[in-house]
Design a protein around this ligand. Structure first.
Ligand code: PLP
Length: 396
């Protein structure tokens, strides 16, 4: 397939392969490259999955998902996002990733453009490409808090633009869009009725400093008919392996995605859907507990990273990533004699010489940075950050 031939394998998986190879060689590596919470799925959620198996809930569901789950998703959108949603306008997929894939595959024609603010989650441009579209990346640097400005959005839109992808809190920067910032983007979008918007809210609950989360469809109701609001249980409830994501949007789009899914997976795993139902309708303490843990870790990690000579890290307001500039390290030589010419060199040297796995910013479309995922216990984070500090001190 010519689209697949052009697609790059995920950079994060590449790092994971290198880590596995080093570990197989006997090295003790601390991985700060994972994109998932380190917690177990809350017990009552896991038990709901087990109970579903015991109760014989092991057959196909409707393609779009179990009705009680779709109703719970509609209730979640109302409760948490102020969006009044008919359950028929929701769709359950095998992870948030499949929501994105279905949406783009259902709507893109060859050469349609998709505006992707950079740095971006590695999968966006690849999925766009696999679906025959053309990713149009827009550099959003530290000067704008790694966020898309209305001016940059307006400049990126052409008559061929079909989608804009927004992600807040962001992977890889942890940037969070305020209500005011979203409204400013909405004002531009209102002038371009051909543009659909994917709002990737998967890190919604990992938001710090008592900031309030906003999603585009809530901020600008006039865009409701053009926005696909995507979310899932992976990050909020530590359920990455259960593979449940969901979305809500205009009915024509949801129906098109359902049609596609009917010929693809036939629907998400039944057992996981029961577990997701328990997650959305049961006690929500886990969300608050994990947010507090991640905020504490963020504070520690950002402080430690900024103590490494030459590294610079702004304070991220969400998700579980720190995005540190390693610009001052470029051109320098490591203790083992490697010259650092790019952020990928930095990541490789950190792995080989400091036994710490990170991911290079250029894999997310903006270098020279390193992304540090702090989804690990405090002791490991401390050890890893000390090793990064030692690496920085030894540079000549
Ligand atoms: N969106 C972003 C920004 C992500 O970082 C991820 C996972 O890493 C996803 C979507 C996909 O999540 P899921 O596990 O629900 O497919």
């Amino acid at each position: 397939n010519r689209f697949l031939a052009d697609a790059k394998p995920s950079a994060t998986y590449k790092v994971m392969d290198r880590v596995a190879a080093r570990r197989a060689g006997g090295a003790s590596i601390i991985s700060l490259s994972a994109g998932e919470p380190d917690f177990d799925t809350p017990a009552h959620v896991a038990e709901a999955g087990i109970a579903a198996i015991r109760a014989g809930q092991t057959r196909y569901t409707q393609v779009a998902g179990l009705r009680p789950l779709r109703e719970a998703i509609a209730a979640k959108f109302l409760r948490e996002n102020g969006l009044a949603v008919d359950w028929r306008d929701t769709l359950v997929c095998s992870g948030g990733k499949q929501v994105i894939f279905n949406a783009l595959a259902a709507t893109l024609n060859e050469f349609d453009e998709v505006v992707v603010p950079a740095p971006y989650w590695v999968s966006y441009p690849e999925i766009v490409q696999l679906c025959g579209g053309k990713p149009v990346t827009v550099a959003c640097g530290a000067d704008t808090g790694f966020k898309l400005t209305p001016e940059a959005l307006a400049a990126a839109i052409t008559p061929r633009t079909r989608w804009l992808i927004l992600n807040s809190p962001s992977n890889p920067t942890g940037a969070v869009y305020s209500r005011v910032e979203l409204q400013a983007l909405a004002d531009v979008l209102l002038k371009h009725p051909q543009v659909l918007v994917l709002s990737d809210d998967i890190y919604e609950h990992l938001i710090f400093d008592d900031l309030e989360f906003f999603t585009l469809a809530q901020v600008e109701p006039r865009l409701r008919e053009r926005v696909l609001t995507m979310n899932g249980v992976s990050k909020a409830y530590a359920m990455t392996g259960w593979r449940i994501g969901f979305g809500t949007g205009p009915r024509w789009l949801i129906e098109a995605m359902e049609k596609l899914q009917g010929q693809q997976t036939s629907g998400a795993c039944t057992i996981s859907q029961h577990a997701a139902l328990a997650a959305l309708t049961g006690p929500q303490d886990f969300i608050h507990e994990s947010r507090a843990v991640f905020q504490r870790r963020r504070d520690l990690v950002v402080e430690w990273l900024n103590q490494a000579p030459g590294l610079h890290c702004e304070v991220p307001q969400g998700a579980f990533y720190a995005f540190a500039s390693c610009e001052a390290w470029l051109g320098k030589v490591t203790r083992a004699g490697t010259t650092l010419n790019s952020d990928e060199d930095v990541v490789n040297a950190l792995l080989d010489e400091a036994n710490v796995a990170t991911v290079h910013g250029s894999a997310f479309g903006l270098g020279p940075y390193i992304r540090i995922a702090y989804a690990l216990d405090d002791a490991s984070l401390r050890q890893a950050c000390k090793a990064i500090q030692g690496f920085g001190q030894a540079l000549a």
